[in-house]
Design a protein around this ligand. Structure first.
Ligand SMILES: [Zn+2]
Length: 60
């Protein structure tokens, strides 16, 4: 199962609607695909090194 993990990290499966969304977002600076990193959670652009930190949503 471990080998499959890399693929699924690129997508987000919504169990409620059954939709599969592409998790990777595009860089607001250069438009290249950004890579998701964890610890700390952030998006990093491979083109221009633009980094966007992700704020965790707290419920309640
Ligand atoms: Zn960029």
């Amino acid at each position: 199962m471990g080998k499959e993990k890399g693929v699924w990290q690129l997508y987000e499966y919504d169990y409620k609607t059954g939709d599969i969304k592409l998790k990777n977002r595009k860089c607001p600076r250069c438009g290249k695909t950004m890579a998701h990193h964890s610890n700390p959670p952030r998006w990093t652009c491979g083109g221009c090194s633009y980094t966007e930190y992700i704020r965790e949503k707290k419920q309640g």
